[in-house]
Design a protein around this ligand. Structure first.
Ligand code: COA
Length: 315
């Protein structure tokens, strides 16, 4: 497939490190050197689905396609206020899409998992034009009394419209199942028969272990896919790495032996917006004219599961 349009939307509320230090035992001096994050966009009065709608409409407008041209819609999302219907159906109802809708929850690498589903459907002859929207509010998953998690995240949505083309050069997905590295639980409605003890727990994370997983997985995934498709690192124009932590991105850069200019970032004022991170970065870079036709973009993302994925795309 080929990316025909990109879009994104983020909340207006900006929360700086200074604002966090007013109610948390944290500081700019701790957060910036360890994460690279200066501020993040946080949902306040808005509904998450409206960011998905805006990102989708922006991507559709750029693509030149109308909603009637889209024949499959994939929404990547970890949490939202609806258990049912799916987020894709909620967004579809607001933009007038009537094609099949599916939600995936693949945590931070959700965009790459969605690209894989899209490309597989296209190659199977089942779809021609596919909309992907990654829409996330990880700030609603953390305890805002837990300084080790809430400082890391920001909310928002990123979208792409894919159409006919052979610009996706390869995708590789990996899993290393371990539910005890990043997790959050919620209790369901009680029934007269439930006898087990249940608890709701805000997001918990083994930060150092996740850090190591992220660096190792990304480096391995990128090298493996480039080797499979016979591409050299010198041919890569940009690495679009999941914006989880600037130190993670720097370590990946160092292990790959690549230069700063190849790694655009927006973590400084977004934080980690889960699966929306890669498509928001893509849209921002695209709209400021960073890419030229023929550039090779390598997307790499990793997160809860533990899951990771990499995709190589020619612009
Ligand atoms: N402000 C001030 N101090 C903080 C803090 C904060 N926001 N968060 C944690 N600390 C403290 C800890 O309480 C700990 O204090 P102690 O030594 O008195 O117990 C100390 O800083 C060191 O904590 P540690 O967790 O070892 O720090 P770290 O250097 O590993 O950095 C992360 C923590 C979360 C920034 C880092 O582990 C990380 O980025 N991991 C990956 C997270 C991630 O990207 N997850 C999503 C992947 S998709």
């Amino acid at each position: 497939m080929k990316i025909l349009g990109t879009g994104s939307a983020i909340p207006t509320k900006v929360v700086t490190n200074q604002m966090l230090s007013e109610f948390l035992d944290t500081s700019e001096e701790w957060i910036v050197p360890r994460t690279g994050i200066h501020s993040r966009h946080v949902i306040s009065s808005e509904n998450l689905e409206d960011f998905g709608v805006k990102a989708a409409l922006n991507a559709l407008e750029m693509s030149g396609l109308g909603v009637e041209d889209i024949d499959y819609f994939i929404c990547s999302n970890v949490v939202n206020e609806y258990v049912t219907p799916s987020m894709s159906c909620i967004i579809a109802s607001k933009i007038g899409l009537t094609c099949p809708c599916v939600d995936i929850n693949c945590a931070c690498p959700g965009f790459i998992y969605a690209l894989d589903i899209a490309e597989s459907r296209y190659l199977a002859g089942k779809s021609k034009n596919i909309l992907i929207v990654c829409v996330e509010e990880p700030t609603r998953m953390c305890s805002w009394e837990d300084r080790s998690t809430c400082v890391l995240f920001g909310d928002g949505a990123g979208a792409v419209v894919l159409g006919e083309g052979d610009n996706i050069k390869g995708i590789e997905l990996h899993s290393q199942p371990d539910p005890n590295k990043i997790w959050e639980t919620r209790t369901l409605e009680p029934t007269p028969y439930i006898t087990k003890e249940e608890h709701s727990t805000p997001m918990q994370m083994r930060g150092r272990e996740v850090f190591k997983f992220a660096v190792n997985a990304s480096t391995r995934d990128v090298e493996s896919l480039l080797s499979t498709i016979g591409m050299k690192k010198e041919e890569v124009g940009y690495y679009m790495v999941h914006q989880a932590n600037k130190r993670i991105i720097d370590a990946i850069k160092q292990y790959l032996g690549e230069s700063d200019e190849k790694f655009p970032t927006n973590i400084e004022d977004h934080g980690n917006s889960s699966s929306a991170s890669c498509p928001i970065l893509l849209d921002e870079c695209n709209r400021r004219g960073l890419f030229k036709k023929g550039d090779i973009l390598v997307f790499s993302a990793f997160g809860a599961g533990l899951l990771s994925g990499v995709a190589v795309l020619e612009w």
